[in-house]
Design a protein around this ligand. Structure first.
Ligand code: ASP
Length: 306
């Protein structure tokens, strides 16, 4: 039987263990389970890795607990600007969008950039115009609104402070998924509202191919979460792939180097989910926790927070 596998994340920052109630943790785990299963059931029925990760990320974008799609953080101007990326390991095709507003599922827009445009990376108005042309669903501002995100923003909006979504007591995160399908194909996707109070068109690591998201059938598929500026500078996802491709490191060894050595030396907090062509899954993080769910063929679905 072919190795199948999927992993999802809901952000590298979590409520500290002392603040987390049993019920809140249960809600997170349930949401992660639903997303993992949405993707895994596609893989199990012979579907491809791209469909699986898109389905998983859509579940997480639609869940207001996470900082992506509905529930995205507020910018300094009090709006929601979202970034997303998707990549296919077999062909190295990729699609990304940055700073998009009102698009219900930015991950699907990224996929359309990959499959239905001549481009790789679209931003802002142009990306929205493309989404409109495709007839993708848009939502009014109220759809994205959540009181806790607004409170986070109000606390810092008159300052220069830029908050990672998990830098206060309400630590909800960016989302992502990676998968290996029946045909041995890998894929990765990441979606986020970025950082609270961001301005000047700030773009994080998530939509930057090779930094927050990467997939290559000869190595691995990766989706990152954390303080994006550091992940951009360390080119985290592609660096892991290079360590495997050029130095022959295992997925585990390569992930360890990036998350527990390189990023720490730079001061970068966060984590990632990764899967290789044999179905090995790694979920390293250097933050207090990372919301995560995963399932491999022949094994039970698991979720984790700390
Ligand atoms: N990496 C995201 C960004 O910097 C934030 C996060 O993962 O929570 O935009």
């Amino acid at each position: 039987m072919a190795n199948l596998g999927i992993a999802v994340h809901g952000g590298a920052g979590t409520l500290s263990a002392t603040e987390m109630t049993i019920q809140t943790e249960g809600n997170y785990r349930k949401a992660l389970e639903i997303a993992t299963l949405a993707g895994y059931s596609i893989l199990e029925n012979g579907g491809n890795a791209l469909d699986a990760i898109e389905a998983a990320v859509i579940e997480l974008e639609n869940e207001p607990m996470f900082n992506a799609g509905r529930g995205a953080v507020f910018t300094n101007a009090g709006i929601h600007e979202m970034d997303a990326c998707i990549m296919e390991g077999k062909t190295l095709r990729a699609g990304a969008v940055a700073g998009v507003k009102n698009v219900r599922n930015p991950v699907s827009l990224a996929r359309n950039v990959m499959e239905n445009s001549n481009f790789v990376f679209l931003c802002d108005r142009g990306a929205e115009e493309f989404a409109m042309k495709l007839g993708l669903p848009f939502e009014p501002d109220e759809y994205f609104y959540t009181q806790h995100r607004r409170d986070q923003w109000l606390a810092v909006k008159d300052t220069d402070e830029v908050l990672l979504d998990h830098k206060d007591t309400r630590k909800f995160g960016t989302v992502g998924a990676v998968a290996l399908d029946f045909h041995g194909n890998l894929a990765a996707a990441t979606s986020t509202g970025g950082m609270t109070n961001k301005r000047y068109g700030r773009i994080g690591d998530c939509p930057i191919i090779g930094s927050g998201t990467y997939a290559n059938n000869s190595t691995c598929a990766i989706s990152c979460t954390g303080h994006g500026e550091y992940f951009i500078r360390a080119v985290v996802a592609h660096d892991i792939s290079c360590l495997m491709e050029y130095k022959g490191l295992s997925l585990k060894e390569a992930c360890q180097i990036l998350v527990h050595d390189k990023l720490i030396k730079l001061g970068g907090e966060g984590g990632l989910i990764a899967i290789d062509g044999n179905g090995n899954i790694e979920l390293p993080f250097n933050s207090e926790g990372m919301y995560r769910g995963w399932k491999k063929s022949g094994e039970e679905l698991q979720t984790g927070v700390y």
